[in-house]
Design a protein around this ligand. Structure first.
Ligand code: THU
Length: 158
């Protein structure tokens, strides 16, 4: 028996420390929290994905009276990107959220497991790492890739 440790590299930034490209993506994700349709959870999430064709695609969580029929912000953005710009490679994604009080959540928002798995697929398609930016009210976490956010990921057996 042996033990292994899997580390997740996270760089913690204040908003003012971000470069222009990252700041723009954070701004778009924050903006899209206002596009959320979340009458049930009142948890409003926005996501912004920068593509290699120069386009930034945004999404927001969309809920439904039949709860599981809703979709998270990350998957709304990444499926839209896949549908509108097939073949475009993802470069980076930023995710932001506002809580039931309407204010941005204090800790950086952590994507659910299903969204991590979906994003991993697009990172694999891109063939390069997709930076992940998790936005909180003060701290902003920058991870180098989706796979760093999803250790021991399932991938199709070939
Ligand atoms: N949600 C997202 O949009 N992204 C996440 O990473 C976590 C959760 C949404 C789903 C649901 O509409 C609401 O937040 C509460 O779970």
């Amino acid at each position: 028996m042996k033990n292994i440790n899997i580390n997740v590299p996270v760089s913690v930034y204040a908003y003012d420390e971000l470069d222009d490209a990252r700041r723009e993506l954070v701004d778009r994700a924050r903006e899209y929290t206002h596009h959320s349709y979340a009458p049930y959870s009142h948890f409003c999430v926005g996501a912004a994905i920068r593509l290699d064709n120069g386009v930034t695609v945004c999404g927001a969580n969309q809920e439904n009276a039949a709860y599981p029929s809703g979709i998270c912000a990350e998957r709304s953005a990444c499926f839209y990107a896949g549908a509108q710009y097939p073949g475009a490679k993802f470069q980076a994604i930023a995710i932001a959220a506002r809580g039931v009080d309407g204010n941005e959540i204090p800790a950086p928002v952590a994507p659910c497991g299903a969204c991590r798995q979906a994003l991993l697929e697009y990172e694999t398609l891109a063939g390069t790492d997709v930076e992940v930016i998790l936005v909180g009210a003060s701290d902003i976490y920058v991870l180098p890739s989706v796979k760093s956010l999803l250790p021991l990921a399932f991938t199709e057996i070939v």
